[in-house]
Design a protein around this ligand. Structure first.
Ligand code: SF4
Length: 576
């Protein structure tokens, strides 16, 4: 056998996060990580793979190296999230706004062809320019400063207890941060955008700030239906201004929850939520479930601050039972007491069976979603007899199978568990302020994301006004991308549309989306060079300090967007 069908699973990995922050997305080391396929050793043997395979899906074919891993089940492959994985994912969102990132069927063939490079991928996607003008900010030793209670601007845990030591403009120490956090702070100066650029005669040319801003304003003011996207890695103050901008230009403003926990937000609107803050988990929880989330790699400190730490009534790890439910035997599964391997895309069946077991109903089938019936009864009993239980769930549940119906069912399960004991749940939010982006959008427009102003009032239609759908269907005629990298995270069809429309990028580092930009405006890093407010994954607002000054001439997102609003107002003849 030299070819076979597999289920493709994508997700964050520790090394993907670390290389993204330390070496940048244009580096060979980052690309090598996101272009290596994990495959079960017995599948490697069956297929006769030497070191690489060619994977086909949706008319696309890429060649990538293979790494044996018994963490992935037979018949499945894992590729860390990034441009290679997303090339294979279909742009269809089933009317929900989120592609099926974790259960795409692909064909895998043994290959001897050259491995696909980042430049091959970007050319295939229609990149406008492959020149990279990323620079390292010159560092200079000087006054030594120590900052306490600094918040980490990486993931939704928003750890606000870091101690940061600065020497001049050099960040020399990060105490309390996880490996990714340390990589982010200590390499904040690397691969930066230090001056504005405009595409002129097909090439990016350095221009001054006013010229870049003027051009960006012209693009937005003349657009009939622009998309403003990103906003989960900036502060809520910037999100507020971006929403004002969307209203002025009668466009759509969407944040990254559209491709992560959008289904969670929709499900909560339909059936409610049973949430808590971190504190009761630390002090009370004795049963902790990680469902479809690899917290140990994607949220490095989550385990140490909530599971192994000593709380008021829980004496650390030995006082807590940890259950992991996932399709892959992740690093989080390694530290669990019970690991339940569910078949890809079949979480809804398992949740339904658990709800039946809770109600003492008979489960007729000997296995459900690959899980033996006895295991389901055992799990139901563990949940029912917990003193305080919590389910942390991730994109293994939101991006697969029934999507928001999975989440509705999980919420129902938790609601029913509260007839027996105290049980809560919390989505593991990825970007550090994706929760804040949802909150600001809600309080200003009444909708959490994908807010369309084309009719002069806010409305949201999942599957229509969501960013992936707008791009895949070619509906928008310009895009402003703020602190985000859709080229690294959206399916091929959506990215291809960015090659056909004017694109403005506002970012601190040189992203893959910069290859599609017509205007690039450098920004300060929120939480390092700019202060602001962000919301932790449990909804607690946290103040983000700055520990160094932004590079000379570089402004923070709030200031850039405020200037842009003024320019667009002027061009449209609107009063300030
Ligand atoms: S867990 Fe997340 S927020 Fe906390 S230090 Fe690590 S990357 Fe930063």
């Amino acid at each position: 056998m030299s070819n076979a069908k597999f289920i493709l699973n994508t997700g964050r990995s520790l090394s993907q996060g670390m290389y993204m922050e330390s070496e940048g997305k244009w580096s060979e080391s980052y690309f090598k990580i996101v272009a290596t396929i994990e495959m079960n050793p017995s599948d490697i043997k069956k297929l006769g793979v030497r070191d690489r395979v060619k994977i086909f899906s949706n008319g696309n074919g890429i060649v990538a190296l293979v790494k044996p891993s018994d963490r992935v089940a037979e018949g499945t492959i894992f590729i860390p999230m990034g441009p290679i994985a997303n090339l294979l994912v279909d742009g269809d969102t089933d009317g929900v706004g989120i592609p099926t990132f974790k259960t795409t069927e692909v064909e895998v063939r043994v290959s001897e062809e050259q491995v696909t490079t980042l430049r091959d991928v970007l050319k295939l996607l229609g990149a406008k320019n492959l020149e990279v003008f990323a620079k390292d900010l010159p560092l200079k030793s000087g006054e030594r400063k120590f900052f306490e209670s600094v918040s980490c601007p990486f993931c939704g845990d928003l750890c606000d207890y870091l101690k940061i030591e600065v020497d001049g403009n050099r960040i020399v120490r990060n105490v309390g941060g996880c490996a990714v956090s340390i990589a982010k702070f200590l390499n904040y100066h690397k691969h930066r955008i230090l001056e504005p650029y405009m595409r002129m005669n097909g090439s990016l040319t350095s221009v001054d700030f006013d010229r870049a801003l003027e051009e960006a304003a012209k693009i937005l003011a003349s657009s009939k239906y622009p998309l403003i996207y990103g906003l989960s890695s900036t502060c809520v103050e910037a999100v507020e201004v971006a929403i004002e901008l969307a209203e002025i230009v009668r466009g759509v403003v969407d944040n990254t929850s559209t491709v992560c926990h959008g289904p969670t937000v929709l499900a909560v609107q339909e059936v409610g939520g049973v949430y808590m803050t971190f504190a009761p988990v630390l002090h009370l929880a004795d049963v902790i479930v990680f469902w479809g989330t690899n917290a140990r790699e994607a949220h490095g400190n989550h385990i140490t601050r909530l599971i192994t730490a000593i709380g008021r009534f829980r004496k650390g790890r030995r006082d807590r039972k940890v259950v992991v439910i996932d399709t892959r035997k992740t690093m989080t599964a390694d530290m669990s007491d019970i690991f339940v391997q569910v078949e890809p895309g079949r979480d809804l069946e398992l949740i339904t069976a658990l709800r039946m077991a809770l109600k003492d109903l008979d489960i007729e089938s000997p296995t459900v979603a690959g899980v033996p019936r006895e295991k389901i009864y055992e799990l139901a009993e563990i949940f029912r007899t917990a003193r305080y239980g919590v389910i942390f769930f991730g994109m293994g549940v939101t991006q697969t199978g029934a999507k928001l119906r999975n989440i509705q069912a999980v919420i129902r399960l938790v609601q029913e568990l509260n007839e027996w004991t105290k049980f809560v749940l919390l989505p593991m939010r990825g970007h550090y302020n994706v929760t804040g982006a949802n909150q600001a959008s809600l309080w200003l427009t009444g909708y959490p994301y994908a807010v369309d102003f084309s009719r002069g009032f806010p409305r949201m239609v999942p599957g229509v006004t969501t960013a992936v759908d707008l791009l895949t269907n070619g509906d928008v005629d310009a895009a402003l991308i703020i602190a985000s990298d859709p080229v690294a995270h959206f399916p091929r069809k959506a990215v291809e549309h960015l090659s056909k429309i004017p694109v403005i990028v506002v970012d601190a580092k040189w992203s893959l989306t910069a290859a599609f930009a017509d205007v690039i405006i450098p920004a300060g890093l929120v939480g390092i060079e700019c202060e602001g407010t962000a919301y932790r994954m449990d909804g607690v607002p946290i103040y983000m300090k700055k520990v160094v000054e932004p590079p000379p001439g570089v402004l923070c997102d709030v200031k850039i967007l405020t200037n842009l609003v003024e320019k667009v107002r002027a061009l449209k003849g609107l009063r300030s």
